[in-house]
Design a protein around this ligand. Structure first.
Ligand SMILES: Nc1nc2c(c(=O)[nH]1)N[C@H]1C(S)=C(S)[C@@H](COP(=O)(O)OP(=O)(O)OC[C@H]3O[C@@H](n4cnc5c(N)ncnc54)[C@H](O)[C@@H]3O)O[C@H]1N2
Ligand code: MOO
Ligand code: MG
Length: 656
């Protein structure tokens, strides 16, 4: 049963509109229709049916609602959203009710899906959206959690509890929620939950181009009309007041991305030699003990430990009765004080449990081998059956990116074919009118496109199937075509450029039009702007990573955001390995953002790791990137680093 068939949508439009001069908020004109029509249009694809809760102007709401019901509160006197929720639950013909207020024209299109996922995992009665916000007055202060109780998915079965709560005179949503098991779901786009509270907010949002509202475009997606022409209003003025450009910390952005991304399902079974650099889809279970039998770790003499003098205190002489070679076992058990000449890897003869390395024999005289006092312990120099891998044990766990050692281990088990995840398809292109490809004439004001080459290299290293889509001009139609084509063929799309606020950068507008894409300003340097979300092209979709255009920023953003996400899609572990090294010089650093500085890690005279920066750290300076073998990570709260202090270092690990 699809989720949609279990969900009834409810647009909450029953308020008094106090902050909007008592006008009926939902009916305010907005982008060619009304606010409530936008919310309705965004809930409809997520629900079997949708109702509107309204207490005034019911005929007008009915016009917007069409066939859908318009439900006035059951309680008297504008009792607030809980009264709307009550009538919604009374009406709700399905298991679940999805609510959104009438002044949130940008409500996410995956609201039901994401709330439901959390509800199921946490066995909750209700799942509610939360966002991380920053105080615009105090940009350096820690972000805080902002709950959005009116954006909730609620089990219809909680109605008796709500009735009881309202009966006691309770009117606050948070108060009622205290009696429920509530799951909170972190959404990354504050603007989507930005209600339009004042007429001023409304006019500001109305003036904005559709595209600047990022995830905000109502379904169905606007056509080319909306995609043509530059954005007239300045983006800062265009976004709702609460989508403050305050920067998002790196770890939060990483979590927001990883929360949404799942591994591709499809797998394929390949001959072992073709599985290098692929991600194992199922555990490799050892069909045998490795080693399969007890064998010698040394060339020497196999003997019975019991024949060594007690405490090993005296020399002792053994009689050699035969030879065991690797592949040619000696099967006769020795008698007391007899030994067998044995080679490394040969099976230990029956009854033996110790090996004397031949160089430790005090004397060899014909078949007599004399062992000096204390030369070996009983049990020495044996490799026991199963000591590497026991039969039936997990030899390699699913999710491992197979490297040469893994191929060797799998081969040691006699396994010929392995099941791996299918390769990821990643499309990438550069954006910008100033870009020229190698071989083209470099006119004044132009630069050669380097990002496509760094991206090519990094994607290739990750083992993706790559689709190089070249340079796309700063032209809305070309960008739309490229993004659509990429969404049809690829699992992920990586673009560079156009994600900041520049006037000729159409990338943001088009990305927003084609999908549910958030534009972040991150508290980091380089790599401040980043776009992330899903681009849709009919039934197909792909995750989009819109990386900044500056040549070093694109690499750092790839490394920190795209790479872990792609690895996650590949079903692989994505942890980045850091180490610590001593700063060789002072490093200037401003608290409040994470800085990633290019460095060279080396070994100091005392053998410990040390690091120095590669020089100019501008985000366009690629030469200092090529010299580097690591990134020095200067954390958000960190200030200037004195020479000799330890700093965290991310090794490139072959990626760059
Ligand atoms: N007013 C503001 N301006 C900028 C901000 C900001 O917050 N407010 N952020 C700055 C930061 S930080 C970065 S990073 C850049 C990112 O800008 P875009 O992603 O929009 O990239 P473009 O403007 O298209 O290009 C920036 C820069 O990089 C060069 N570039 C782009 N693509 C390539 C390529 N494929 N190969 C080589 N070089 C490339 C391009 O020519 C520009 O010089 O925005 C800042 N501005
Ligand atoms: O951070 Mo931008 O990413 O300085 O180049
Ligand atoms: Mg550009």
């Amino acid at each position: 049963m699809s989720l949609k068939s279990k969900v009834t949508g409810l647009v909450l439009a029953g308020g008094r509109g106090t902050r909007m001069g008592r006008v009926d908020k939902g009916l305010q004109p907005f982008r060619g229709s009304t606010l409530v029509a936008h919310v309705l249009a965004r809930l409809k694809p997520q629900a079997a049916s949708v109702a509107i809760n309204a207490n005034r102007n019911l005929p007008q709401y009915q016009v917007v609602a069409g066939e859908s019901p318009v439900l006035p509160d059951f309680l008297e006197g504008f009792a607030g959203p809980l009264a709307g929720l009550q009538i919604g639950l009374q009406f709700c013909p399905t298991e679940l009710l999805l609510t959104a207020p009438c002044d949130s024209p940008f409500v996410p299109l995956d609201l039901a899906e994401r709330l439901h996922a959390a509800m199921a995992v946490q066995d909750a009665d209700l799942a509610m959206a939360v966002t991380m916000e920053r105080d615009p007055e105090q940009p350096d202060a820690a972000p805080y959690r902002q709950p959005h109780p009116v954006f909730s998915l609620i089990k219809a079965s909680v109605l008796p509890q709500l009735d009881a709560y309202l009966e006691t005179g309770g009117r606050r949503m948070e108060g009622f929620f205290k009696s429920l098991r509530v799951a909170e779901v972190l959404f990354d786009d504050s603007a989507a939950f930005g209600n339009i509270n004042t007429l001023e907010d409304l006019h500001r949002a109305e003036r904005a181009t559709a595209a600047e509202q990022t995830t905000a475009t109502p379904m169905p997606m606007p056509n080319a009309d909306a995609a043509s022409g530059p954005a007239p209003a300045s983006p800062a003025a265009a976004r709702p007041a609460d989508s403050d450009p305050a920067a998002l910390p790196v770890d939060q952005a990483q979590r927001l991305i990883s929360d949404r991304i799942t591994a591709v399902e499809a797998t394929e079974t390949l001959p072992l030699l073709n599985a290098l650099d692929r991600v194992l889809a199922a555990d490799i279970i050892s069909p045998i003990n490795v080693p399969a039998y007890d064998n010698s770790a040394m060339d020497g003499y196999a003997l019975r430990g019991a024949d060594l003098p007690a405490g090993g205190a005296a020399p002792v002489t053994f009689k050699n009765i035969g030879i065991a070679y690797a592949g040619h076992p000696f099967t006769q058990a020795p008698q007391q004080n007899e030994c067998i000449r044995i080679m490394t890897g040969a099976a230990i003869p029956p009854g033996c449990d110790s090996v004397l390395p031949q160089e430790l024999a005090a004397a060899i005289d014909g078949e007599n081998v004399t062992i000096a006092a204390n030369a070996i312990r009983a049990g020495a120099n044996l490799r026991r059956a199963g000591e590497d891998l026991p039969q039936g044990g997990i030899a390699i766990a699913a999710g491992k990116l197979l490297r040469p050692a893994d191929l060797g281990l799998i081969a040691s088990l006699g396994i010929a074919n392995v099941t791996v995840r299918r390769k990821l398809r990643v499309a990438f292109f550069s954006t910008g009118d100033e870009l020229r490809s190698i071989g083209e004439q470099l006119e004044a004001g132009c630069v050669y496109d380097s990002n496509r080459y760094t991206l090519f290299g990094m994607l290739q290293r990750l083992g993706c199937d790559i689709i190089d889509m070249g340079v796309v001009r700063d032209d809305p139609h070309a960008l739309e075509t490229a993004l659509r084509e990429a969404a049809k063929t690829a699992d992920a799309i990586i673009t560079s450029g156009g994600v900041s606020e520049g006037a000729a950068d159409y990338t943001r507008d088009i990305m927003a039009l084609l999908g549910d894409v958030a534009f972040w300003k991150l508290a980091m340097r380089p790599g401040r702007p980043l776009a992330f979300g899903k681009v849709q092209a009919e039934q197909d979709s792909a995750w989009l990573f819109g990386l900044p255009g500056n040549p070093v920023a694109v690499m750092v953003s790839f490394y920190l955001f795209a790479r872990p996400a792609l690895l996650r899609m590949m079903g692989a572990d994505s942890k980045l390995q850091t180490m610590q090294a001593r700063a060789m010089d002072t490093i200037r650093k401003r608290p409040g953002r994470t800085e990633y500085q290019r460095g060279i890690v080396s070994t100091a005279a005392d053998g410990t790791p040390q690091v120095r920066l590669t020089g100019a750290q501008g985000s366009g300076i690629l030469s200092s990137m090529t010299e580097a073998n690591c990134i020095v990570v200067l954390h958000q709260a960190q200030a200037n680093v004195a020479a000799g202090q330890l700093v965290d270092v991310l090794l490139f690990d072959g990626l760059t």
